[in-house]
Design a protein around this ligand. Structure first.
Ligand code: F3S
Length: 788
């Protein structure tokens, strides 16, 4: 069953360990009962268990369900890290003192590259501006045997799809859109750097067994409808919290009509509904994509497995597999959608969008359309957009909005260059940005754009549209749509345009209407490799290779271990701030210009919670120190209005200097958005011990636990109302709970002046996670076990 001898070592090393996974699957079936029908997600996930007996039997005794109950201890096949999160992941890995990574890993330099004036100017400047960090990442890659994709090589998820993802694979990625790889049948999960370190050191990685959400696709896409519209529609149905705790698994006849890259787009944006991951079964769209990306060996092996009888087929769900919930979508009837502003689940079909714009008084003009990114830069996406540009150019039209194109990788850029697709875009006035994240992650200085604070609109084919994400302007409304729709809108420059029905006036005064776009799934002459200097060198560990961190650097700083949990309950914590409404990882740790401090915890901590809204005053980034004897109006009111105000990180720093630890109080889905572990590390470094919220986003909740912060949820959400900034909080029974492990309730004793009361809360710490909190962090525990 091994790879044919003719495949290069790189390709052979990228084939999932199918013989081992198939053996594991048989073992899982034996434990669970051979007659039990499994979903695809269960098959792949459980085949990666470190010890199936322990994970599946322990938690399923007495007939209890596995899903949502069992703590799976998993051994992923591979790890991928983007440059911004890789810094902290590697700083953590380094402190474990191992000579090389236990599983293959890759680093992708994409987040720290600006998208502004075009790749030729932006890329060299970004490399120069971030040289210290890129050098650090490259040296660590060389020392530990990690594949290093340099700046310009591409965006992590596109590169992973083109090189590493494979049906049946399980991988972790230090980025929330890692599930993009599920488009090629992998279980790919976005995690923080500390979780990635588990895999890198061969420690089992723990995950609460997800529930299964099945999406049955019927019919076939046609006309303007694209794979992006599948997930834009689903995001509207599910909301940003609807996928939490679930794997979204697609099945049904509609799957066979989708391209591999289209499936990747759908999986990519599963992150927007909070899903653990999303995936598709091995299907006919996968074979030509694997072959076009020089992985015929994987196509052959996967085909052989997929042709085997139901119970031995690792790559599709068993007949009769049951899902916790099923949504059916008819692709033939699917309308293009536009999602936004400010949240990816505000979904509007194109036919109603003009009215919705007017009803909400959203801007009726816009000045930037952006296509590409990790979500939508496939050959299919770009050639469909190109088709529209050619139609418009033939009619003598030019885009009315600035039009930006971000290729997802050097491979796709070079291929679009040789097919003259990029020429079509630039001839129409488009700007081709570097193969990197650029405007998607806030690396966008809109020199010609509206002033900060001015309400305005943009259209993008990206995946995320939180306030301030793209250009740092919280008043910019980013409307998410397919690349085709964004392209057509860019010619109108109006948000009230419907390209399916409306016409544009040509210079000669005639009416022009777009025909539905047409493109090609894959290039007929194969992909071009592009600039060979963008390819990673062979990944061979070189233990003698030095890693230099300049002690005077403001970009990189070695990590100091966090203090362990005290011998007893937490006492005299103070509420730093009570946050109102949505609190994403962007809110807690802003991106954009702050990205450059990702490897320097004390410096990046200066942005902690600067996007948070104080629930008591409605102000952004404002907290009040009622304990300050220098309050100019220090009466007995305990009133924020009369107290001394600070930026939230400034007050946290002041309290840290005073040795005062604190907690944050928040509403639903705290930490939604991304795998950004800085959103956990920074508060921890500043003295945060607890986050008390109505609910948490999965990745962030795990990140908090790994860094030794205890996430608690209200038993009665109404208790949120009673809390205020500076309230004094002590835990009752938390220490005992941590030592005994397991989920449970913890009481908080709250004191304000001469009033005191109890707030009941829940925690979801497993025994292992309780160990992290007691040790101070997961890394402290790993280092202790490694005898460091
Ligand atoms: Fe980069 Fe944006 Fe994707 S930041 S990884 S292009 S979501």
């Amino acid at each position: 069953n091994g790879p044919p001898a003719s495949f290069s070592p790189e390709v052979s090393s990228r084939i999932p360990p199918y013989p081992k996974l198939l053996r594991n699957l048989q073992e899982v079936r034996r434990i669970l009962s051979p007659s039990r029908a499994l979903t695809l997600g269960e098959k792949i996930l459980y085949s990666h268990l470190d010890n199936p007996e322990e994970s599946l039997l322990t938690d399923t005794r007495n007939g209890a369900s596995i899903r949502g109950v069992a703590n799976l201890k998993l051994k992923p096949d591979r790890v991928a890290m983007q440059d911004a999160s890789a810094q902290m992941a590697l700083l953590q890995f380094m402190s474990c003192g191992l000579p090389s990574t236990a599983v293959p890993a890759s680093i992708h330099c994409d987040h720290m590259i600006v998208g502004e004036r075009g790749a030729d100017i932006d890329l060299p400047q970004s490399i120069q501006g971030n040289k210290e960090v890129f050098d650090f990442l490259e040296s660590a890659a060389k020392k530990y045997g990690i594949e290093f994709w340099p700046p310009g090589a591409g965006i992590i998820h596109q590169t992973v799809l083109e090189n590493y993802s494979a049906p049946g694979l399980m991988m972790l990625g230090t980025d929330s859109h890692t599930p993009n790889a599920g488009g090629l049948g992998a279980i790919a999960i976005g995690v923080g750097g500390a979780d990635a370190v588990d895999a890198l050191v061969d420690a089992p990685w723990e995950l609460k067994a997800p529930k299964m959400l099945g999406v049955r696709l019927e019919g076939k896409l046609s006309g303007w409808a694209s794979p992006k519209d599948i997930i834009l529609n689903l995001a509207g149905q599910l909301t940003v919290r609807g996928g939490t705790g679930y794997i979204i698994e697609y099945f049904g006849p509609g799957v066979e009509s989708l391209s591999c890259t289209g499936m990747a787009t759908v999986c990519n944006m599963g992150a927007e509904v909070g899903a653990t991951t999303s995936l598709f079964p091995f299907s006919s769209g996968h074979i030509p994509y694997l072959e076009a990306t020089h992985r015929d060996a994987i196509a052959m092996e996967a085909t052989a497995i997929a042709d085997s009888p139901d119970r031995r087929n690792l790559l599709k769900a068993d007949n009769g597999a049951e899902y916790d919930r099923v949504i059916t979508l008819d692709l033939s009837a699917l309308e293009p959608h536009i999602n936004g502003p400010f949240t990816p689940d505000l979904s509007t079909p194109i036919s109603s969008f003009p009215d919705v714009v007017k009803t909400n008084s959203w801007p009726e003009t816009f000045d930037a359309g952006l296509i590409g990114s990790c979500t939508n830069s496939s050959y299919q996406d770009m050639t469909r957009a190109e088709n529209l540009v050619k139609q418009a150019s033939a009619a003598g039209l030019q885009p009315k909005a600035n039009f930006y194109i971000t290729p997802g990788s050097e491979q796709i850029r070079a291929t679009l260059e040789s097919s003259k697709t990029l020429d079509t875009f630039t001839s129409a006035g488009g700007t081709v940005l570097a193969n990197a994240c650029g405007p998607c992650i806030g690396q966008w200085n809109r020199v010609d754009g509206p002033a900060k604070g001015t309400t305005n609109a943009i259209f993008s084919s990206y995946n995320r549209n939180f306030r301030g994400r793209n250009d740092g302007n919280p008043s910019t409304m980013n409307f998410l749509a397919s690349p085709e729709l964004v392209t057509a809108f860019s010619y109108a420059g109006r948000t009230t345009f419907n390209p399916l029905t409306d016409t544009l006036e040509t210079p000669s005064g005639t009416a022009f209407r777009f025909e539905p776009p047409q493109g090609q799934d894959l290039p007929s002459h194969g992909f071009s490799e592009g600039n060979p200097t963008f390819l990673p060198p062979p990944a061979v560990p070189t233990p003698s290779h030095p890693i230099n961190i300049d002690p005077s650097s403001d970009r990189l700083a070695a990590l100091e271990p966090f203090p362990a949990f005290p011998d007893g309950d937490l006492t005299s914590l103070r509420v730093l701030v009570k946050v109102k409404g949505q609190c994403t990882t962007d809110t807690i740790s802003a991106a954009g210009p702050w990205l450059k401090y990702k490897g320097h915890l004390p410096n990046i901590a200066n942005n902690t919670l600067i996007g948070a809204i104080n629930a008591e005053t409605g102000e952004t980034n404002r907290a009040y120190d009622l304990l300050d004897p220098n309050n100019k109006n220090n009466d007995d009111d305990d009133d924020a209005a009369s107290a001394h105000g600070y930026g939230i990180p400034e007050l946290a720093k002041k309290w840290k200097a005073q040795g005062r630890e604190w907690l944050v109080v928040a509403e639903h889905n705290y930490g939604e958005g991304s795998a950004r572990e800085h959103a956990a590390l920074q508060p921890r470094w500043l003295g945060c011990r607890i986050v008390l919220a109505k609910s948490f986003a999965r990745i962030h909740e795990t990140n908090l636990k790994k860094q030794g912060v205890v996430p608690l949820t209200f038993v009665d959400e109404a208790d949120y109302e009673g809390l205020k900034g500076c309230d004094e909080v002590s835990t009752v029974g938390l220490w005992d709970t941590l030592r005994n492990g397991g989920e449970g309730e913890v009481s908080l004793r709250v004191q304000r002046g001469d009033k005191d009361w109890t707030v009941k809360t829940r925690h979801s710490l497993s025994k292992d996670q309780a160990g992290f909190v007691l040790a101070g962090s997961a890394l402290n525990l790993l280092a202790k076990k490694a005898g460091k």
